[in-house]
Ligand binder design. Structure first.
Ligand code: IMP
Length: 425
């Protein structure tokens, strides 16, 4: 695939296997950019015999000689980031290869505390966050109470700002939640040693990105989470606090919309979601359990079992439209082998009405009953398929059905975690 700038975006509720697709496309890229989210993301990439688990760093970081950028739209936890950095630096130096935006916001220890307290407060309506402090850090960004990576470049001023913010945070922690606040000393051991470690990587990444594009470098934007978790377009409030959709790239990496070329929409061959929230095609039966086990559907970040469902064509149409998807990359098709029938929802029944567009209201989603197109299953193990024609007829029919329900071509199919287990359609 030829491109100047390509985006790899999750079209569902995250965990679509974006890491695998990025890893496949990264060979042709020079610069890999993350533009939203933070340590709530968990990418698993298998290269040869090695498995990498990444949270902040883009999957592209694994390939030698590439530049990785953590864009301004991200929220970064210096402690977790340092441990990822150290794991990578056991192999090679990251200096000159990793660049962190001076405008990216920091996740502070009080954000993680607030994440727990806010979840407790929600009681029966928990979002099921990853507890990484992501939501509270984005909230502080928007209320202009945040600390940015660039602030770390002048530690004295940073400490003054922190002291000012702490007064507000401690009032909330102590007076509203009745728990202990933080003192400046708490940060000496738990924050600053890690923060200092990332300082040499901090720069204005928007200027860098522009320069790279001008000299003809190929850019790959790596989305985290998925469109259905988008703060604006997902199943609010059961969403993350950023914009994973393509539009989020312009804001979160600081580039103009026309600079984005192709958009690869990554879709798992079935649906999963972690955390609470509406999930119309959810399978609460043995079929769901068997897909969970076969697909090893447990969270990379939290280890939580993922909820499983049939492929939701209504949600997919919604996210493909929002993302401007050029083509779909279907992952984990091999997991569906052995099922007698496989299904894709093409619309919902809400009362007497047939609904084709993904509803925004939770009260409608709760009443939405999926209308399914049913397909014959296939018994064959397809993990060694390397071309479209290696796939059983029934699997090809399933992909054709997906194309006709979404109106988007399937350009890639993944039939296993390894790089070579990828079919270009
Ligand atoms: P937060 O991003 O930690 O605030 O969590 C908000 C919601 O997004 C929860 O339902 C999480 O389970 C979900 N979420 C966040 N990051 C990911 C991810 O990388 N994959 C799947 N779900 C995620």
């Amino acid at each position: 695939m030829d491109y100047a700038a390509v985006a790899v975006i999750g079209t569902q509720w995250g965990d679509e296997g974006k890491g695998k697709i990025v890893d496949y496309l990264v060979e042709k890229a020079d610069v890999i950019v993350r533009y939203q989210g933070g340590p709530n993301a968990g990418h698993t990439v298998v290269v040869g015999e090695e498995t990498y688990k990444l949270h902040h760093l883009p999957c592209g970081v694994i390939s030698e000689g590439k530049i990785s950028i953590l864009g301004n739209g991200m929220v970064l936890d210096a402690v977790t980031l340092c441990s990822e950095l150290e794991a990578m630096e056991e192999k090679r130096s990251m200096q000159e290869h990793l660049f962190i935006s001076d405008r990216a916001h920091l996740i502070m220890p009080y954000h993680k505390r607030m994440d727990e307290l806010e979840e407790d407060y929600r009681k029966g309506a928990k979002i099921g966050t990853t507890m990484r402090g992501v939501g509270p850090a984005y909230a502080d960004k928007v209320t202009r109470m945040g600390l940015r990576c660039g602030d770390l470049l002048d530690e004295d001023t940073f400490k003054q700002k922190l002291a000012f913010i702490l007064k507000n945070k401690n009032t909330i922690l102590e007076k509203i939640y009745g728990v202990d606040g933080f003192s400046l000393e708490d940060f000496e051991a738990e924050f600053f040693p890690f923060a200092r470690r990332i300082v040499p990587f901090i720069t204005d990444t928007t200027v860098m990105l522009e320069e790279e594009m001008e000299k003809g470098s190929k850019i790959l934007f790596e989305g985290a989470q998925g469109a259905m978790l988008d703060i604006d377009h997902g199943t609010y409030p059961y969403v993350t606090s950023s914009n994973p959709i393509t539009g989020g790239i312009c804001i979160g990496a600081g580039i103009a919309p026309h600079k984005i070329g192709q958009v690869v929409g990554v879709a798992k061959a079935y649906s999963t979601r972690v955390g609470s929230g509406p999930f119309p095609t959810e399978l609460l039966d043995e079929t769901g359990d068997s897909i969970r086990e076969k697909g090893n559907e447990y969270g990379t970040t939290t280890g939580r079992p993922r909820r499983i469902g049939w492929l939701d064509g209504v949600a997919l149409r919604h996210s493909c439209r929002l993302n401007g998807t050029t083509f779909l990359a279907v992952t984990l098709l091999d997991v569906l082998s052995g099922l007698e029938k496989v299904k894709i929802a093409y619309a919902y029944n809400v009362g007497e009405e047939v609904v084709n567009n993904f509803p925004s209201g939770l009260h409608i989603l709760e009443k939405s009953i999926p209308l399914y197109q049913e397909f014959e299953g296939w018994a064959e193990d397809i993990s060694s398929a390397r071309s479209k024609t290696d796939l059983p007829r029934a699997a090809q029919e399933y992909l054709r059905g997906l194309e006709s329900i979404t109106g988007i071509k399937v350009g890639m199919v993944s039939v296993g975690p390894r790089r070579d287990q990828t079919i270009m359609m």
